[in-house]
Design a protein. Structure first.
Length: 328
C-alpha cells in the first residue's frame, strides 16, 4: 500500500504463468486493486516500467520481468469544493457511507452545476479529487433519500465498482406506491432511455425500436403493509439502472406516491379522509428511501451493512395511511 494517498509506488515480478501475456493484462493481474483502464493510462504515461524502461500496452512478456509502478494521482475533474452539508453515518480510510437527504443532487449536471453532494464531498475530504467522480460509484435520484457509499481511494473505487458489476452490493429500498398489491414478486424487464423524452427512462423490449439502448434490469419486491388504496413495499435491486424502481413499479401499474414523472396525475379516492387527501397532494417527492446497504469492505474483505430510519415525510404519510377510514 502506498504511504501517501496522492502517490503510488509498487513493484512486482511477472510469474512464468503470465508468460505470453500483454503488459496491460499482466499488470491487471499483479496490481489487482486498480482497474485495467487506469493501468493502461499509466502505461501510456510512462508510469509503469518494465525492467526500468517504459513499456507498451500490448507488448508481450516472457516472465521474470520486474514491473515498477510509480504514479502521482492527479485531480479527476474541475469541480470545486463547497461546504454542502450532508449526513455521514460511517467513514474510515477506504469509504464514506452517506445518508443522503431528499432534495440533494448527487453529481453536477445540466441545471445543477454545483451545490451537489460531490461538491460537499470534495470540501469534506480533499483526497477525493484524485478519485473518479470524487468516489461516487452509484447514485440516488435528487428526490430519493437514503444510503449510498463513496470510495475514498482508487483501490476502494475499483473494488466497489467491481462489486456493483458482480451484483455483490446489496441495496434495499422502501417505497409507498399507489394501488393495493396482493403479493411480492420479481420484475425482470429491460430499461433504457425513453425514445422521445431524453430525461426519462422507459421499459424497452428487445427489438428494432430499442436497438442496443436497453439494459437488463431486475427488481425484487415484497409487501410490508397494505392500506385501502396504497401499499408499503421493500424493493431489492439486483441491477442498478437509472430510475429503475420508479420505472418498474409504474410498469406494474403501481407508481410511487409523489412521482410526477412516472406516476401521472395524482389519484385521490372518493371517501379518503381530508387529512390523507391533503398529505398525498402535498407529498413533495417520490416516496422512495434507500433503507439498507451492504457490500464487501474494500480493505478488510468483510461484509459490512448499514440501515437508516425512514425519513420523517414517509413516516408521517404512513401514519396517516394507517388511520385512514377506508382501511380494512
Amino acid at each position: 500500500m502506498p504511504s501517501d494517498h496522492s502517490e503510488i509506488s509498487l513493484q512486482a515480478e511477472v510469474p512464468s504463468s503470465l508468460s505470453g501475456a500483454r503488459l496491460d493484462q499482466a499488470a491487471a493481474e499483479l496490481f489487482k486493486t486498480y482497474s485495467r483502464t487506469r493501468l493502461q493510462q499509466w502505461i501510456r504515461d510512462g508510469f509503469l516500467l518494465v525492467d526500468g524502461r517504459a513499456g507498451k500496452t500490448r507488448e508481450k512478456l516472457l516472465g521474470g520481468e520486474c514491473l515498477t509502478l510509480k504514479a502521482k494521482l492527479e485531480a479527476e475533474g474541475d469541480w470545486q469544493p463547497q461546504p454542502v452539508p450532508f449526513d455521514i453515518v460511517f467513514e474510515d480510510d477506504s469509504v464514506i457511507v452517506v445518508n443522503k437527504a431528499a432534495g440533494l443532487v448527487v453529481h453536477p449536471g445540466a441545471g445543477n452545476p454545483d451545490g451537489t453532494l460531490l461538491n460537499g464531498l470534495l470540501h469534506h475530504c480533499e483526497q477525493l479529487a484524485t478519485v473518479p467522480r470524487a468516489g461516487i460509484v452509484h447514485r440516488l435520484d435528487k428526490d430519493t433519500s437514503g444510503l449510498m457509499v463513496v470510495a475514498k481511494t482508487l483501490e476502494a473505487h475499483h473494488s466497489l465498482s467491481t462489486q456493483l458489476k458482480e451484483r455483490s452490493v446489496k441495496r434495499h429500498y422502501r417505497a409507498i406506491v399507489q394501488g393495493v398489491m396482493t403479493g411480492g414478486g420479481k420484475v425482470d424487464v429491460p430499461i433504457g432511455r425513453h425514445p422521445t423524452s431524453r430525461t426519462r427512462m422507459a421499459v424497452l423490449r428487445p427489438g428494432r425500436e430499442a436497438g442496443s439502448r436497453y439494459r437488463e434490469a431486475i427488481s425484487h419486491y415484497r409487501l410490508v403493509e397494505r392500506f385501502a388504496k396504497h401499499t408499503h413495499l421493500e424493493v431489492a435491486l439486483e441491477t442498478g439502472r437509472t430510475h429503475q424502481i420508479r420505472v418498474h413499479m409504474a410498469h406494474l401499474g403501481y407508481p410511487l406516491v409523489g412521482d410526477v414523472v412516472y406516476g401521472g396525475r395524482l389519484r385521490l379516492s372518493a371517501g379518503s379522509s381530508a387529512e390523507l387527501s391533503l398529505a398525498l397532494s402535498e407529498f413533495p417527492r417520490q416516496a422512495l428511501h434507500a433503507l439498507r446497504l451492504s457490500f464487501i469492505h474494500p480493505h478488510s474483505g468483510e461484509i459490512v451493512e448499514w440501515e437508516s430510519d425512514l425519513p420523517d415525510d414517509m413516516q408521517h404519510l404512513l401514519a396517516i395511511l394507517q388511520r385512514d377510514p377506508l382501511l380494512g
